[in-house]
Design a protein around this ligand. Structure first.
Ligand code: NAD
Length: 413
């Protein structure tokens, strides 16, 4: 075999008076050309401990993908149980089960989570460890300072940007938009205090009227569901280009109107269900329905204010929980749950994982410093790196010093 191979090699060489010349110019030592050794990264998934949080950051399919990329995946026992994902499924996918959260935090370099770390978890976070999760730091100075003090690298789902979109927020908006109609339909039932109207009506009986304020991700998903159930739907937005696009793609039982306070007031006596789905990025939601406007609405009608996490777009909205989702003002039922996707953790877990996994794979492959240098999306997710605040919005909110992520990456080496 050996001689055959060297014969073939000879065919590729040029014979000159000086003898055999190498087919290729002399090369540097082979070791210099080898790609850097890929170190297996220990990736940890802990059970979420926030009240009523049943999502998990990684599905078994996600674990399999990370393992097949050469990583080691550790999952805290029962971490997936709230989303009906058993330890056995993770083991089959190649993950290892850790007996406690402390074990996962201690031995893993990259931690995948869903919600921001709670105080009980802060003690485990250590210098050089990378966390990839929702942080919402701009809303929490204490958490921001704790993450800076930890020396960890915090990559936030909610600021990860691709072409001016936020792809790790989109799946939760899709879930919340679709849920808004389910929730609205339930609270319209008489037994719940609603007016007792069925969204789709029946032959010979009028269908319900649904008003959707905001034609973004939440609004479009809500309107599609309502249209699918046969309701009479009107969606309003202030973005004319968006309205033009929606005109092309929405079903014909979805009417599109330009949103003004007057146009909204005109629609309120007609509406059985109102969905609040507006967003002005980086600002509190505009109040589109005032307290005095409620008297224009029918008794037993329902408002689902999905925008409640940005303060709500109805003046009378205040955050509620899944345990007690509604309250009534002037005969109008208000549903203002701030974490609607939490009610459907299985769907939300898969939807979130589908969006986060490609970035988790990259973060594991590149490490924090290279990820910031080489991947613009992950650079936009970098919020706190080795003690430095690398998210402009968060720094501005708290008037703290801002460090450019590339500069922070440079300090990591
Ligand atoms: N409660 C929850 O569990 C939950 C879950 C997901 C998202 N949300 C929230 O839902 C809101 C909507 O999210 P999104 O992803 O659909 O945002 P988006 O940016 O996709 O859409 C917002 C839309 O509102 C429109 N808008 C702005 N001002 C308006 C006005 N005065 N009248 C009518 N439309 C107006 C914008 O033009 C845009 O089309 C956000 O506040 C988001 O945080 C809440």
């Amino acid at each position: 075999m050996g001689s055959q191979r060297s014969d073939v090699m000879l065919l590729g060489r040029k014979v000159t008076p000086q003898g055999l010349r190498p087919a290729h110019p002399p090369q540097r030592k082979p070791s210099a050309r080898k790609p850097p050794e890929v170190q297996p990264v220990k990736i940890g998934v802990v059970r979420e401990i926030k009240v009523h949080e049943n999502r998990v950051a990684l599905t078994p399919a996600g674990a399999e993908r990370l393992v097949s990329a050469g990583n080691e995946v550790w999952v805290e026992t029962q971490a997936g149980v709230g989303s009906l994902l058993s330890d056995e499924l993770y083991v089959k996918a190649g993950a290892k089960i850790a007996p406690s959260a402390a074990d996962v935090w201690k031995q893993c370099d990259l931690i995948l989570k869903v919600k921001e770390p709670l105080k009980q978890e802060w003690q485990h976070i250590r210098k050089g460890q990378t966390l990839f999760t929702y942080f919402h730091l701009a809303a929490d100075l204490e958490l921001t300072k704790a993450m800076m003090a930890s020396g960890a690298h915090c990559f936030a789902y909610e600021t990860l940007e691709v072409g001016r979109t936020l792809p790790l927020l989109t799946p939760m908006s899709e879930v919340a938009g679709r849920m808004a109609i389910q929730a609205g339909a339930q609270w319209l039932e008489r037994s719940r205090g609603g007016s007792g109207i069925l969204l789709g009506g029946v032959p010979g009986v009028d269908r319900a009227h649904v008003l959707v304020l905001g034609g973004g991700v939440v609004g479009t998903n809500a309107a599609r569901m309502a249209c699918g159930l046969g309701a009479d739907v009107t969606m309003m937005d202030v973005n004319l280009d968006r309205l033009r696009y929606l005109d092309e793609v929405m079903p014909k039982n979805c009417r599109l109107l330009y949103s003004t306070p007057m146009a909204i007031r005109d629609m309120l006596p007609w509406a059985d269900l109102v969905v609040g789905a507006v967003l002005i990025p980086g600002a509190v939601a505009p109040k589109l329905i005032r307290r005095e406007d409620l008297k224009l609405m029918k008794q037993g009608s329902v408002i689902v204010d999905v925008a409640i996490d940005q303060g709500g777009c109805i003046e009378t909205a205040k955050p509620t929980s899944h345990a007690e989702p509604t309250y009534v003002i002037d005969g109008v039922i208000h549903y203002c749950v701030a974490n609607m996707p939490g009610a459907v953790p299985r769907t939300s877990t898969f939807a979130l994982n589908n969006a986060t996994l490609p970035y988790a794979v990259e973060l594991a492959k590149l490490g924090a410093a290279r990820a910031m240098r080489e991947n613009a999306a992950l650079r936009s997710a970098a919020n706190v790196i080795g003690g430095a605040l690398t998210c402009k919005g968060v720094a501005e909110s708290f008037k703290l010093a801002y460090t450019d992520p590339i500069e922070a990456a440079g300090k990591l080496g």
